[in-house]
Design a protein around this ligand. Sequence first.
Ligand code: GDP
Length: 188
Amino acid sequence: LDSEYQTVRLAVLGAPGVGKSSIVRQFVMQQFLEEYVPTEQRQVFCPAVIINEHLYEVRIIDCPYIPYFPVNSLYEWTDFRGYGLRNATAYVLVYDITSEESFEYIKSLRLQILESRNCHDVPIFVVGNKHDLADERGVPRREVREVANMVKKQWKCGYIECSAKYNWHIMLLFKELMKTVDYIDYGH
Ligand code: GDP
């Protein structure tokens, strides 16, 4: 195995309670907690992992809630700087597929990222978490599919649904994400 590894900086963002920390915890520690422990300070995890036969050091920045500010406002700009998010390799935008509000939140985050980076080729990867609750809460499959199609076709972003609770599609999420990152990095 090639000992050279690539450092990838991932910023995980989304509304409170959508499961950002749970996704990171499953990926890094194979653990899931039922109780909700809000992330108060930015947390950084740096696992070395082999994904798609490449060795990566993945710096995962699990961010606390960033309140919504209108795009281009001074507040929003300083927030992104404060969290060291502007030089992320990729942004992982997590929403809860049973919460329309949490999707509205990532819509606004996406605009803020595009504005503050002033470029459109930064990888944004959208994750629909809590797949296990969709049936239970009666979310029509059609609606979930519409969101997925919109993200893929209009935003031209990677998209995956997962369940941090059942460790379903968590590894796949990172595999797909790395494909997007490599694609942008090497411009294939
Ligand atoms: P964060 O604020 O986005 O970091 O959210 P957390 O990771 O702290 O999760 C918030 C709550 O949702 C916790 O009670 C978790 O146990 C729960 N949760 C996270 N992921 C899932 C999931 O995939 N399915 C279900 N049913 N609950 C989840």
